[in-house]
Each structure stands twice: as structure tokens, then as C-alpha cells.
Design a protein around this ligand. Structure first.
Ligand SMILES: Cc1ncc(COP(=O)(O)O)c(C=O)c1O
Length: 394
């Protein structure tokens, strides 16, 4: 199989990740932080060691590693940040390129009295930071922005947006779902107050992993209450982090795999990984010119991007193309709205949907060339799905 759905979750994972998961189940299977016995302590040490590595990756103060709380995915982290922070009467600025894990919590909070400004992005997915600045109000509490689009691969100017937030006295939430493990993220330089990231995408960990960094001094409402293994006599959640936001047993095996994923990135070099992935992206963009009627949406030229690229083939339905790639050619990709309907409205592709390819370090040039050949064959020979087969994507 050719797997080009890495923006959803990366596959395959490095062998080191699989080994770490197996080792954890076999040797570190106890509940971390819940008991004083040796295996529980060792499991807790592994979890903390993963927090410390994440802190290093995002340039979080070494002493603040406990301000990274584990969630089951980026959605969990974004919900905690948004719902834990915003109250009726607060104003939040966001963009029209956001994923549903930001837009849906905000639509809900809007119904409950939170004011939301959605800054319209351009046809290539990019944002004008000046428009964010213009949207600031006295009650602006938060600027919540995607770092890199999961539809077009467009990279937002996080550092500039962070400084706008700082000048306005607002907090800055960065959705790093498509950038953690791909782009340099520096919470200090970018003035990030809240950083939401998945562990299972470009950090190469297993599904069921993710986290939220919460800047020192920020206290969020908890979304879940339960056991923490500490201060059990309290009726409510402890104030100390990470326990305050980590009710219930952690995904220790997933976190062990995530640690191995981070180790892999550190050892290989994020630059080397990104260079390879962007080379594949470029190869696809160039090759796609051979396919009649294929139009790519997103950044062109030297504009910064991540290895996510979406396209439409004139006169064809994107889910059908996704279905044909899967069924006839064993190429896994994602066609549809990509959980980002607002982004598709921005690109004017809501009705047509798009086909998305997203590359990882483990993809090869031959695979990209093969995918272009397959697309060309589909178009030139007008290959369609058999009657009644609905395609792939929504
Ligand atoms: C930009 C963006 N934000 C948030 C998410 C949600 O991530 P998760 O699947 O880890 O909840 C995704 C998932 O694809 C995404 O692309």
C-alpha cells in the first residue's frame, strides 16, 4: 500500500515506537503515579521523561515540563484550552481555516455568549496578521489559530500573531496538529500561551496521544474530574499540574511510544525529515502538471508550507478519485472536507471537496511518481467507480 494520509495519523511508525509500546506493556504495565511500588514509579518516570523531551522540542522552560498535560489527541487539548478558558462575555479571534476541533467548541461557546471573530483567510489559505490586529477588542481574551492548514499545508505567521496577542494583552493558542514534529515551535519566541499538539501525527507516536502546554500562571477550568493519585482527600481537582487536567489513568503505552517517536525525530533531525517530506510535496506538485484538469489549492512558490497538498480534478468528484486510488491502485489518501468545512468555504471548494495527499519521512519518491501516473491514467482513460460505489471521503 502507498500511504498518503499522514496528516490524519502517520503510518508506518518507526520500529523503535513499536518496540517501546511492546516494552511498556511487558515491563512498565503499572499505573503511573498511583502507587509507591517500583513498577508504578518507573512508569511515572517514563511519562515525565516524555514531558521533558516535549519541553525541549517546544523550547518550554525545562523546569516547566509539568505544565505539559497529556490528552488523547489534539482535539482533547484544544477543547481543554478553549472551554477551560473562555467565559460568557469574552472575545476570541480565530481564522476561517480552522479545523472542527477549534470551530465546533467555538460555535458552541458562541451560543453561550462568547464573542467570536473569524478572520477571513485568502484563497491560498494564508492569513493577513493585520486583519487579526484590526479585530482586537477590549475584551479580546484569546487568539486561537491553526499553525499549518490540514487542507492546503499553508503555514500561518505564528510569531507575528503571538506578538500581536502580546501587545493586546490577549492569550495565544496555537493548534500545532500539523506542525508539531515538522516545524520549529518555540513557545517563548512565538509568545504561545497554550500549545495543543497530537502525539500520533508527525511526532510519530501511537494514536491516543496528544497534549496541551499551559503557560505558567494560567489556570483553566477542568473539563473532567476524577482520580489523580495525588491529594485524594480534596473534593475537587488539585491545583498542581499536570494532575489538575489529567483525571484518570494515563495512556502509558501510548506515551511510551510517543517518547520513542520524539527520540526518532531528535536522532534523525527535524530538518532532515522536513526536507525529505517537502521534496516529495514538490515532486508531486510538479508531476501533477501532467494530469489534465488537476488544480492544486494552497501556497505556491517559496511560501512556507507543510507536506500536505490538496487538489481537484476538473469535472470529477473528489471522493470518487479517493475511492479509485484506494480500490484500483492501493493508494490511501483523504478526500472530502477534512473536518475543516470553513477552510473549504474559504477556498471555495465546499461543494466539490478536495483530494488530499500528505507525506511522511517514510514515503518514497517512487510512490509519488506512481501516484501521479495513476491520476493521469484515471483522467486520460476516464476511469470511474462502478455504479453504486460511493467513493472515499466525506
Ligand atoms: C489542524 C488540525 N487540528 C486539530 C486536529 C485534531 O487532531 P486529533 O485527530 O489528534 O484530535 C487535526 C486533525 O487532523 C488537524 O489537522
Amino acid at each position: 500500500m502507498i500511504y498518503f494520509d499522514n496528516a490524519a495519523t502517520t503510518w508506518p511508525k518507526p520500529p523503535e515506537v513499536i518496540d517501546a509500546v511492546t516494552r511498556c506493556i511487558r515491563d512498565l504495565g503499572a499505573n503511573p503515579g498511583r502507587a509507591g511500588h517500583k513498577m508504578s514509579v518507573k512508569a511515572g518516570e517514563m511519562v515525565d521523561s516524555t514531558r521533558k523531551k516535549l519541553a525541549r522540542l517546544f523550547n518550554i522552560e525545562a523546569s516547566a515540563y509539568e505544565r505539559i498535560v497529556f490528552t488523547v489527541n489534539a482535539t482533547g487539548a484544544l477543547n481543554l484550552a478553549i472551554k477551560g478558558l473562555l467565559k460568557k462575555g469574552d472575545h476570541v479571534i480565530t481564522s476561517t481555516m480552522e479545523h472542527n476541533s477549534v470551530t465546533r467548541p467555538l460555535y458552541r461557546l458562541e451560543r453561550e455568549g462568547v464573542q467570536v471573530t473569524r478572520v477571513r483567510c485568502a484563497g491560498d489559505g494564508s492569513i493577513d496578521p493585520g486583519e487579526i490586529k484590526k479585530s482586537i477588542k477590549q475584551n479580546t481574551k484569546l487568539i486561537a489559530i491553526i499553525h499549518a492548514s490540514n487542507v492546503t499545508g499553508t503555514v500561518m505567521p505564528a510569531e507575528e500573531i503571538g506578538s500581536i496577542a502580546g501587545e493586546a494583552g490577549a492569550l495565544f493558542l496555537l493548534d500545532a496538529a500539523q506542525s508539531a514534529g515538522v516545524l520549529d515551535i518555540d513557545v517563548k519566541r512565538m509568545n504561545i500561551s497554550l500549545l495543543a499538539f497530537p502525539g500520533h501525527k508527525s511526532l510519530l507516536g501511537p494514536t491516543g496521544t496528544g497534549g496541551l502546554y499551559i503557560r505558567d500562571g494560567l489556570v483553566l477550568e477542568t473539563l473532567k474530574e476524577g482520580g489523580t493519585g495525588s491529594q485524594s482527600d480534596l473534593p475537587g481537582m488539585p491545583e498542581t499540574l499536570p494532575e489538575r487536567y489529567e483525571a484518570g489513568t494515563l495512556n502509558t503505552t501510548g506515551i511510551a511510544g510517543l517518547e520513542a517517536g520524539i527520540d526518532f525525530i531528535m536522532k534523525t533531525g527535524m530538518d532532515k525529515i522536513r526536507d525529505h517530506e517537502l521534496r516529495l510535496t514538490q515532486l508531486f506538485i510538479e508531476g501533477a502538471q501532467r494530469v489534465p484538469g488537476l488544480k492544486i489549492y494552497g501556497p505556491t512558490g517559496d511560501a512556507p508550507r507543510v507536506p500536505v497538498v490538496s487538489f481537484l480534478i476538473e469535472g470529477r468528484k473528489s471522493p470518487e478519485i479517493g475511492g479509485l486510488l484506494d480500490k484500483n491502485y492501493d493508494i490511501a489518501c483523504r478526500a472530502g472536507l477534512h473536518c475543516a468545512p470553513d477552510a473549504h468555504r474559504t477556498l471555495d471548494t465546499f461543494d466539490k471537496r478536495l483530494v488530499r495527499f500528505s507525506f511522511s519521512f517514510f514515503n518514497k519518491e517512487e510512490e509519488v511518481i506512481r501516484a501521479v501516473d495513476c491520476l493521469e491514467e484515471i483522467v486520460r482513460n476516464n476511469i470511474t467507480l462502478p455504479e453504486g460505489e460511493g467513493g472515499c471521503g466525506c
